[in-house]
Design a protein around this ligand. Structure first.
Ligand SMILES: [Zn+2]
Ligand SMILES: [Zn+2]
Length: 213
């Protein structure tokens, strides 16, 4: 420590360690120092983006903004307004209730390796129709706020004007559109009734095959 060069080396090490825990941009202590994720910077970034998107309805915009600003970690993705033309291969599962689709851009996720948000392209999603669109603000409050982690965001069919929640495939059965009831269904990627139907079909096919032989 008595030599100047040593002191310089010591200072360099200290500086590196400092930025392991404190945001390089704003000096805030990282909420997640392992992934270098700064809540303050992320919220500023989301706020700056408010001008770049709109649903065309102030109430809906406000609800989405409110949801975005509740962000608390880098693990859950970001609730978004998604324009309907971003979906392809839309197929109704249950008429006017559920549809499945591919979201071309896909959801934002925080790349823990690159320490930035990226998009998971061509993501399979479930669209859940919302009714009484004039009360869409209440629907958001009732339906989304307590389970925001189940949704990617919200969209609107420009022809029917129906709003739809964009549901994560990890929480909804792609065969019938229903929300999974438990971990078993989530792990199986199918609800129990769809699984049972499939099993019956397999057994039936097997019986037919045996009969034919
Ligand atoms: Zn920051
Ligand atoms: Zn199902």
């Amino acid at each position: 420590m008595s030599h100047n060069p040593d002191k310089e080396v010591y200072l360099l090490v200290f500086k590196d360690e400092f930025f392991d825990y404190y945001c390089e941009k704003c000096g805030n202590k990282y909420e997640d120092s392992h992934y270098k994720w700064c809540k303050r910077c992320e919220i500023n970034h989301l706020k700056n983006n408010f001008a770049d998107w709109t649903s065309g309805n102030d109430k809906v915009d406000n609800s989405i903004q409110m949801m975005q600003l509740k962000i608390n970690s880098c693990r859950g993705g970001i609730f978004e307004w998604i324009t309907y033309n971003k979906f392809i291969e839309i197929k109704e599962i249950v008429n006017d209730v559920f549809a499945k689709a591919i979201w071309k851009d896909g959801p934002l996720y925080y790349s823990t390796f690159e320490k930035i948000y990226k998009r998971e392209l061509n993501k399979k999603v479930i669209l859940k129709y919302l009714f009484n669109s004039q009360n869409v603000n209440h629907l958001f409050l009732n339906e989304v706020i307590y389970s925001v982690e189940e949704y990617h965001g919200v969209t609107q069919n420009p022809n029917t004007k129906d709003y739809m929640l964009v549901c994560k495939i990890e929480y909804y059965c792609e065969n019938c559109g229903k929300k999974y009831n438990n971990q078993f269904e989530r792990k199986n990627k199918s609800c129990i009734s769809c699984q049972t139907n499939q099993d019956f079909k397999k057994i039936n096919d097997l019986i037919q095959e045996i009969k034919l032989n």
